[in-house]
Design a protein around this ligand. Sequence first.
Ligand code: AKG
Ligand code: FE2
Length: 324
Amino acid sequence: MSLNSSAHLRLVHPPQLDDDARWAAVERRDAAVDGAFWSCVKTTGVYCLPSCSGRPKRENVIFVSTRAEAEAAGFRPCKRCRPERFVSGALQDRIEEIDWTRAHDALNAQGWAPLGRLLSDEDCSALIAGYEEDARYRSTVIMRRHGFGEGEYRYFTDPAPDLVSTLRARLYEKLAPVANEWRMTLKQKRDAYPAKLSAYRKRCAMAGQKRPTPLILKYGPGDYNRLHQDLYGGEVFPLQVAIVLSQPGRDFFGGEFVMTEQAPRRQSRAMVAPLEKGSAIAFAVNERPVECAHGTYRVKMRHGVSEIRDGARYCLGVIFHDAL
Ligand SMILES: O=C(O)CCC(=O)C(=O)O
Ligand SMILES: [Fe+2]
């Protein structure tokens, strides 16, 4: 099975349609142009795929080219056609389409940011099927043996499949500016994070951290992941990404992605991130700065997964520093 995300491309270069052609496509409910544009319905406040079964009036519809534009204008995803679930095109383009300004604001405000759907059903299935292929992995961890929880995970060997390498390299570039901002705010002595993952991995290697950290986790009924921090040595990139590969409420029940934050002299706060199949979350690995009237303080974050009550839950973890 191919893990190359271009194997199931639908629209690599969406045709540039004028508004009349867009409206004609909406009238025919043309799934072939899904992803090429989005129709926002002023009367209902939702935005839709061209193939949506809804029947808006022409005068109530405006067209936009990206979901970020629709959301910025205050429109919500339609409950019928679920435009937030739609994925197509090259993975790089999906990553570009994320509203990174909003993600950066969320990371600064709460230490985590939903990135929306990044992987297609086919991507998720390929990664899950690949879990059984020993040659892809450098090691397997049975969580109980280390007191990490119940379940297991496997670290990809180098080079990881295209999909995983692309995700890691491109997401790194988007998150490095936040990492550098946090480094400055927290007055850390470490050098600036380079713009490219390849340069950062060289730095990890100089610190003796040479083993790749992207992994797939697999949980069954009764399994869970204790609150933890993914630190693998002194070299730390302060953000990481997780992508759930199974659909909650169908493939598994329970198994929520949980985070806690510990501020100085405060009780911990718990946060739960809603994650659908294929959707990604970026979050703080260990510390993040919080600015207040008196200056800046440091908050510690941990993450884990609540008990899976039934079914199977797989997750792709993308950590940017390598391991000792
Ligand atoms: O299974 C999950 O959602 C959490 C995975 C995790 O701990 C990680 O990606 O670092
Ligand atoms: Fe983790």
